[in-house]
Ligand binder design. Structure first.
Ligand code: DAT
Ligand code: MG
Length: 151
């Protein structure tokens, strides 16, 4: 059977505040396996696709503006039970309700600036990782066409 993977994304505020090392370190120390990592400027349509379940929420436009406001760190982490365990390491959506010792509990105060995303199911983990990989590959293809055509 396939090994479980979670899509973990450090949001623009986490990158800007210099929290990338701290966040990655928590997953490394826990013992999960880092299978992929990419610094990525998320295009608007991919952000909308990523958060499509929330598209009717009043905060949706602000959420999309925020997630596309700067580079994010996209990662695939692997291991048995990684999806649920990563959610525990990350903590509650509202950082004021997140337990101390969790990423959001230690490093954030606002729901709209909660520094990190983690998949909520193994199926969504696969889908979210696939969406980013597909986008990065498409960009590479465009780049190579450009290189070939520019002689
Ligand atoms: P999580 O990121 O914990 O999986 P979610 O999937 O319910 O939470 O929501 C995705 C993101 O949307 C969340 O990390 C921050 C934003 N968000 C959720 N609820 C919000 C609210 N009430 N006000 C502002 N932003 C919110
Ligand atoms: Mg979610």
């Amino acid at each position: 059977s396939e090994v479980e993977q979670s899509y973990i994304m450090i949001k623009p505020d986490g990158v800007q505040r210099g929290l990338v090392g701290d966040i990655i370190s928590r997953f490394e120390k826990k013992g999960f396996l880092l299978k992929g990592l990419k610094l990525f400027q998320c295009p608007k349509d991919l952000a909308q696709e990523h958060y499509k379940d929330l598209k009717d929420k009043p905060f949706f436009p602000k959420l999309i503006d925020y997630i596309t406001s700067g580079p994010v760190v996209c990662m695939a982490w692997e291991g048995d039970g990684v999806v649920a365990s990563a959610r525990k390491l990350i903590g509650a959506t509202n950082p004021l309700q997140a337990e101390p010792g969790t990423i959001r509990g230690d490093l954030a105060v606002q729901t709209g600036r909660n520094v990190v995303h983690g998949s909520d199911s193994p199926d969504n983990g696969k889908r979210e990782i696939g969406a980013v990989l597909h986008r990065v590959t498409a960009l590479l293809q465009i780049f190579f066409v450009f290189v070939i055509c520019s002689d």
